[in-house]
Write a protein of this length. Structure first.
Length: 114
């Protein structure tokens, strides 16, 4: 018995539509630290602070404008990170102070678990 392979072809797929704007990953230019650095030491690398802020925001299910002065969708370069107008920022700063006191000065990170 000689079996012949079954060959079939599919029509070409139509091109994919463009992604909606909220799914397009845009490069982010993180602003330099403001003069007021109450939450972090002078020698903390910028990307470490950005990582900590992302972890906080992800864990809380919020975005940057929840604690910092700025509007949703606005570029981060236009946020005013130095202002302490929002109560949520003051609360977060107090929580970071409590963390440092309880851990002997270490910085919160996702790998630091008890």
């Amino acid at each position: 018995m000689n079996a012949r392979p079954f060959v079939f072809s599919l029509p070409p797929l139509p091109p994919l539509p463009p992604l909606p704007p909220f799914l397009v990953r845009r490069p982010v230019n993180f602003p330099r630290f403001p003069d007021q650095r109450q939450g972090h030491s002078e020698n903390t690398p910028v990307m470490q602070v950005v990582g900590m802020m992302r972890n906080f925001a992800g864990a809380l299910g919020v975005r940057c404008h929840f604690c910092h002065v700025g509007q949703e969708g606005q570029p981060l370069g236009q946020f005013d990170f130095a202002k302490d107008e929002k109560r949520t920022k003051l609360t977060a700063r107090q929580m970071m102070r409590m963390w440092r006191r309880s851990t002997g000065g270490s910085t919160p990170s996702p790998s630091t678990r008890r």
